[in-house]
Design a protein around this ligand. Structure first.
Ligand SMILES: [Zn+2]
Length: 126
């Protein structure tokens, strides 16, 4: 049995699985947070609970996203993007330059979309 790769930078399937679990967990946490906010709002007594209930439930999924503040929404998008990348076998690659995002960075931010270099460029526009 020989190892498929000698590259230390490559993320193993096992590690990807761990990252995926982390991402799914983070996503759930974010969504729970939003759901809690919406549930609190429901506690307001309303005299007009009638036929509109079904409609409200239907639109609530979309409205969930509006409940998130900008940072949370970005985070959710990044998490979903990372999950998609896992499916496509591109997890850990910078979305801009295609370079490998270091494992060290992914451990802190598993949903990182950009490598450190691109991120630094984004934060400091020329
Ligand atoms: Zn990059």
């Amino acid at each position: 049995m020989k190892k498929a790769t000698t590259s230390k930078k490559r993320i193993s399937a096992k590690e990807i699985k761990k990252f995926k679990e982390q991402l799914v967990h983070l996503k759930e946490e974010l969504l729970n947070l939003v759901q809690k906010t919406t549930e609190n709002e429901k506690e307001y007594p309303s005299s007009e609970v009638g036929d509109s209930v079904d409609q409200a439930a239907d639109s609530s999924a979309r409205e969930l996203l509006f409940e998130l503040n900008h940072g949370e929404r970005q985070r959710l998008e990044a998490i979903e993007s990372a999950l998609k990348k896992i499916e496509q076998g591109r997890f850990g690659m910078c979305e801009k330059c295609g370079n490998i995002i270091t494992k060290k960075r992914l451990k802190v931010v598993p949903y990182a979309r950009l490598c450190i270099k691109c991120k630094a460029k984004m934060e400091k526009p020329a």
